[in-house]
Design a protein around this ligand. Structure first.
Ligand SMILES: [Zn+2]
Ligand SMILES: [Zn+2]
Length: 293
């Protein structure tokens, strides 16, 4: 857990983890011990078509979860965690059924690794009930796969109406290079399953490979504060061109983007530190200007 400059508490977690209960290289107990030793506050065990019993580990919360995949007309991997009941799902069920059943069991629904799945934005918009999607998935990156980053696909889907909290996760399988590369900080008053899940649904989440940032609107600007200073910050809006999307030079502790109401429908930011690690803000939506009649 870390504090932001306003005293807010941000808990660290990995929300996508495999074990020997499916195709992961560590047992649930070993996986829990590893993430606990790395300083994580919460962990979701999300084996393929297998629901783990929630079982906390020395003060680290462990959520029950599972991942359901479908690959016929396109590829969909749907992760659910915080389950209060076991989803009644089998291989061959449709992606929307995965989502509906996870919801029935009180779980949080994540559309996993869109870039790895070569997800089509027009198909993402058709899904109903998605809470989160992974802008970064560690095991979809080097040395296992070439597509860890899904920002471009999610941007297009968001222009088309898709809405989801952005997360980052290891999707641990091999327990090699992917461990610790992608994680979330969740802002909550206390470390309980209820508080963490509620904050995730609300979007009080920072997806990151390491750096910590906070963001918000201030006097017509979107402002990003980098707690330890970054090499550069880039802004992503619903427009394909903006002249002022990069803040760089020296150590960037604060970056500002002037909102153009009526032009930019959303904004998000990525802050890259001097080790090349990135923090990914949530999407912030800009209300259209009120018309004066
Ligand atoms: Zn997957
Ligand atoms: Zn997975």
């Amino acid at each position: 857990m870390i504090y932001d400059s306003n005293g807010g508490k941000w808990y660290k977690g990995n929300l996508h983890t495999h074990t020997t209960d499916s195709d992961g290289a560590k047992t649930p107990e070993e996986a829990k011990r590893l993430y606990k030793s790395l300083g994580y506050d919460f962990l979701a065990l999300t084996d393929h078509f297998h629901v783990n019993e929630p079982d906390n580990c020395d003060g680290m919360l462990v959520f029950s979860g599972a991942e359901y995949d479908w690959a016929k007309d396109g590829c969909y991997h749907i992760v659910g965690y915080g389950l209060k009941d076991k989803p009644r799902l089998v291989k061959g069920d449709l992606p929307q059924k995965f989502i509906d059943e996870i919801k029935r069991c009180g779980g949080v629904v994540t559309l996993a690794h869109p870039a790895w799945s070569l997800q089509r934005p027009d198909k993402m918009v058709e899904l109903s009930g998605i809470d989160c999607t992974e802008i970064y998935n560690s095991v979809s990156g080097y040395p296992y796969s070439p597509r860890p980053y899904s920002g471009n696909i999610i941007d297009v889907a968001t222009v088309m109406g898709f809405r989801a909290t952005l997360t980052a996760a290891d999707d641990s399988h091999f327990y090699g290079d992917e461990v610790g590369r992608g994680f979330v900080y969740v802002k909550a008053d206390e470390l309980t399953e209820e508080a963490i899940l509620k904050a995730i649904i609300k979007g009080d989440v920072l997806a990151t490979n390491g750096p910590f940032i906070t963001c918000g609107f201030e006097d017509g600007y979107f402002v990003v504060k980098c707690e330890k200073g970054c090499k550069y910050v880039q802004f992503f809006t619903s427009n394909y061109y903006n002249p002022d999307t990069t803040a760089t030079g020296g150590t960037v502790c604060e970056a500002r983007f002037k909102i153009k109401p009526g032009k930019d429908k959303f904004i998000r930011a990525e802050a890259v530190d001097f080790d090349g690690k990135t923090a990914y803000s949530q999407y912030y939506f800009i209300d259209p200007p009120k018309k004066n009649f």
